[in-house]
Design a protein around this ligand. Structure first.
Ligand code: 6PG
Length: 466
């Protein structure tokens, strides 16, 4: 028997992905060193003609139809290299290896170049949507050799999530384009998660919202312009009772957020490219601050903070909805700006309209708003920043006041809104024709003769300040 598709790494993501492939009438063979996982997949797959699995690499490779399409769903890092090495002796020219994990993009470039010499195609292909997405339809972000992509395209299009019938997968660009896009997707994910958590906090502290009320509010937001996966699951989370005691489960969850690196990489690389993404940077910093739990508890006792003045629930909800919408837009704007610059820098030739389209379903950052964003980039392929899109000016203009109101209230009442503040700062500075950085230039010239340019004359100037 020959199978259409091979998958290495039968953890929950891998197992779900392979079952999804089989649901779509492609036969698939799984491989994992762990015999238990092999057995579990065979049992779940029911028909071994359609879904099978093995712990023997040779059996695995020789059971696949050529050119072989082998996807890796293993943790990013050295494991990917060792899996590649174990496959290599068994592969033939033109076979495809697809890394579905969150690998760092320069690792993907290295692996792609290494395998190219051996005539093997390597795809860095972000997969978003978690375990459920893998089973029911993820958003898939592949990058690599364009011709070779055609080999796997029918399978990917079949298994991907569908937005109004359109599959949420597309060839994105050469080399590490797919991993890079997935990295920035995750950066945006960090930003949106931070924002929703802040809004939850202020609703509780300033509006005394109960969890039932939060559930109802987020649920209603999810039926409007804030419709998004993260708002939807937050509503669900607020509704979940703790099964170990009274109250809601979310209240008992330790406020230390973990991270696997993709958000940090997004920020680090944005710094390298010189692209400002403060809404994402602060989301990474907040995970770091959250990790300092013991110190925070200690510091909490050393300082007084104002007792928040209680706000009218309705008014607060209006501010919160508008502010969150405003901040979602500015966060997407920053991530997309990074993608457009990275595309030039790394030669990815990204089509932002296509990327936004494949984010409309399946992935973690899917949101109703992406329909409008996709229109903005379809109308103007060269749009350098979403905030410059004429369609977005009224959306932003009509909601920024609530962001200001909320940030001002929060600052006064000692409630941190770091993501929202940074989004507002980004907006207020990006939309400032004149910033006070003329003084910085003067200081640089004063202490270091670093020179400056003038607003009224061409040329490079230096002044003897003393
Ligand atoms: C997705 C997610 C996923 C990521 C988790 C965890 O698109 O399905 O981005 O790929 O691994 O969100 O990320 P952190 O552990 O860094 O929060």
């Amino acid at each position: 028997n020959t199978y259409d598709f091979g998958l290495i790494g039968l953890g929950v993501m891998g197992r779900n992905f392979i079952l999804n492939v089989a649901d779509n009438n492609f036969s698939a063979m799984g491989y994992d060193l762990n015999e238990e996982q092999v057995k579990a997949l065979i049992a779940e797959g029911e028909d071994p003609q359609k879904v099978n699995a093995t712990s023997d690499i040779q059996t695995f490779v020789s059971s696949l139809s050529q050119p072989r399409k082998i996807m890796l769903l293993v943790p990013a890092g050295k494991i990917v290299d060792s899996v590649i090495e174990s496959l290599l002796p068994h592969l033939d020219k033109n076979d495809l290896i697809i890394d579905g994990g969150n690998s760092f993009f320069t690792d993907t470039d290295r692996r792609e170049a290494y395998l190219k010499e051996k005539g093997i195609h390597f795809f860095g292909s972000g997969v978003s949507g978690g375990a459920k997405g893998a089973r029911r339809g993820p958003s898939i972000m592949p990058g690599g050799n364009k011709e070779a992509y055609k080999e796997v395209q029918p399978i990917f299009e079949a298994v991907a999530a569908k937005f109004k019938g359109e599959p949420c997968v597309a060839y994105l660009g050469p080399k590490s384009a797919g991993n890079y896009v997935k990295m920035v997707h995750n950066g945006i994910e960090y930003g949106l998660m931070q924002l929703t958590s802040e809004i939850y906090d202020i609703l509780k502290k300033a509006g005394n919202y109960s969890y039932d009320e939060l559930h109802t509010l987020f649920d209603s937001w999810n039926k409007g312009r804030l419709q998004s996966f993260l708002v939807e699951i937050s509503a669900e989370i607020f509704n979940r009772d703790d099964d170990k005691g009274p109250g809601k489960l979310v209240e008992k969850i330790l406020d230390k957020a973990k991270q696997k690196g993709t958000g940090k990489w997004t920020s680090q690389n944005a710094m390298d490219l010189g692209i400002p993404i403060p809404s994402i940077d602060i989301a990474v910093s907040m995970r770091e601050i959250s990790a300092l739990k013991e110190e925070r508890v200690q510091a909490d006792k050393l300082y007084n903070r104002p007792e928040p003045a209680v706000m009218d629930k309705e008014e607060l909800a209006k501010w919160a909805e508008e502010a969150l919408y405003f901040a979602f837009i500015t966060t997407y704007a920053q991530g997309l700006h990074q993608l457009s610059d990275a595309s030039t820098e790394y030669g990815y030739e990204l089509d932002l309209a296509v990327i936004i389209k494949i984010w409309r379903a399946g992935c973690i950052i899917r949101a109703g708003l992406l329909e409008d964003i996709s229109k903005a980039y379809t109308e103007d392929k060269a749009l350098s920043n979403l905030l410059l899109s004429p369609n977005f000016v009224p959306k932003v203009q009509s909601t920024v006041t609530s962001a200001r109101n909320l940030v001002a209230y929060a600052a006064k009442n000692g409630i941190p809104l770091p993501g929202l503040s940074n989004s507002l700062t980004y907006f207020d500075t990006y939309t400032s024709g004149r910033l006070p950085l003329n003084l910085i230039q003067a200081q640089r010239d004063h202490f270091g003769s670093h020179t400056y340019e003038r607003t009224d004359m061409e040329g490079i100037f230096h002044t003897e300040w003393e």
